[in-house]
Write a protein that binds this ligand. Structure first.
Ligand code: S3P
Length: 428
């Protein structure tokens, strides 16, 4: 993909459904007693992986007029071939939790990136719950021998991970008694909100989350809010291009996901949220952005670290790009988890920002970017990672000269419409 600089980004739009919420809504609908109808389901390739795995497990899912219909009341059956999770960590890890609590054997496989990501974080708690899991060096493929009678556990997560928390909660649905997960710092809470929204009470108390099994979902209708992590690229682009005016409607505003809006506001963005509503406990609304940086950030507003990191995790490469335009630059620490995503996102961000002329220091657990810097067009290596490709597409809009992004088709993992929508909003 070749991109040239832009003057403004203008428009009003709605986005396909949130990827994280879509994975969970599909799993819940598949495990419900009653029927479900899901509207605005994510168009991400990752979510298609979840649907493909569920179909292999015997769940009938009909796709009519852009809505997904689940019959409900179906039992998972042993698949006849390995379940292909593609590039999707959420599919593999959360589905492993579902399978751990069912009396069947299944193999979970993924692409090269997913097969190099750490899985001991789910193997350990799911084995404590009674599943037997074979892996190679703690990585996928995973062969899971589930237990029809999983053991309820109280588990302290060694790393803050919503995928691991969710895996344990899904396994806990079939356990007799209380399953509790204690987090080191709060992570996205879609599983908790949707369990409550579909009839399985989950109690959150500070950093602990508990459900009482056995429990079944009711099923029902849901419209998935627009994906706030997809919105982030357009919001940042609008902030960085003065005179932009952008409105994104019906987008998810869950506080465990939307923290980047606060960060961009600290950095001087003119952002407001209006028309707030909820769907199955998930807040959503309209994001309004006017372009330009209206004030300077204070020192501690330019450091992102500790318990803030999980609620910014997928936006950190984008915030590093935006931070290169902030007086005094920005610092990201305590974000070593970024090295374990679809690519090593710290290394990829540092390498590509440097290629565009930014001054960047790399740490084991973060980076510092000096600012403000006039970026220059460059050849960007996306490393096949959707979030890197999209963050650097935003950088390309504010750079001098042309930028070429290698491997840009990877945006389909979370947001196939990205480049088309960007073109329709940009004024050159
Ligand atoms: C996700 C959780 C996060 C996030 C990922 C989606 C989820 O991963 O980075 O894009 O849907 O639960 P971790 O749980 O590994 O932090």
């Amino acid at each position: 993909m070749r991109l040239v600089p832009a003057q403004q980004i203008n428009g009003r739009l709605r986005l396909p459904g949130d990827k994280s919420i879509s994975h969970r809504a599909a799993l819940i609908a598949a495990l419900s007693n009653g029927s479900s109808e899901i509207s605005n389901f994510s168009t991400a390739r990752d979510c298609a992986s979840t649907l493909g795995c569920l179909r292999e497990l015997g769940i009938s899912i009909e796709d009519r007029d852009g809505k997904l219909f689940f019959a409900g009341g179906e039992k998972l059956t042993a698949p006849s071939k390995p379940l292909d999770c593609g590039n999707s960590g959420s599919t593999l890890r959360i589905l492993a939790g579902v399978l751990a609590g069912h009396d069947l054997t299944a193999e979970l496989v993924g692409d090269e990136s997913l097969s190099s990501r750490p899985m001991r974080r789910i193997i350990e708690p799911l084995e404590l719950m009674g599943a037997k899991i074979q892996a190679t060096d703690g990585k996928a493929p995973l062969k899971i021998h589930g237990s029809g009678k999983p053991v309820p556990i109280t588990y302290r997560l060694p790393v803050a991970s919503a995928q691991v928390k969710s895996a344990i909660l899904f396994a806990g649905l079939n356990a007799e008694g209380r399953t509790t997960v204690i987090e080191p710092s709060p992570t996205r809470d879609h599983t908790e909100r949707l369990f409550n929204g579909f009839g399985v009470p989950v109690i959150t108390n500070d950093l602990s989350v508990t459900l009482e099994g056995p429990a079944r979902f009711n099923g029902g209708a849901m419209t998935i809010p627009g994906d706030v992590s997809s919105a982030a690229y357009f919001v940042a682009a609008a902030m960085l291009l003065p005179r932009s005016e952008l409105t994104i409607e019906a987008v998810g505003l869950n506080p465990t996901r939307a923290a980047f809006l606060s960060v961009l506001s600290w950095w001087g963005a003119d952002i407001s949220t209006t028309d707030l509503q909820t769907e199955r406990n998930e807040p959503y609304g309209t994001i309004n952005v006017r372009g330009g940086i209206t004030r300077s950030a204070g020192d501690n507003e330019r450091t992102l670290s500790r318990s803030m990191i999980p609620s910014l995790i997928d936006e950190l490469p984008l915030l590093a790009v935006a931070g290169s335009q902030i007086e005094g630059g920005i610092h990201i620490r305590d974000a070593g988890e970024l090295r374990l995503k679809e690519s090593d996102r710290l290394a990829a961000t540092v390498e590509n920002l440097r290629a565009m002329g930014a001054e960047v220091e790399e740490f084991d657990d973060g980076l510092s970017v000096s600012g403000p810097t006039q970026l220059r067009g460059a050849s960007i290596d996306s490393r096949g990672d959707h979030r890197i490709a999209m963050a650097f597409a935003v950088a390309a809009l504010i750079a001098d000269g042309e930028t070429e992004i290698a491997g840009s088709e990877c945006v389909g993992i979370s947001f196939p419409e990205f480049f088309g929508l960007l073109e329709s909003l940009v004024v050159r």
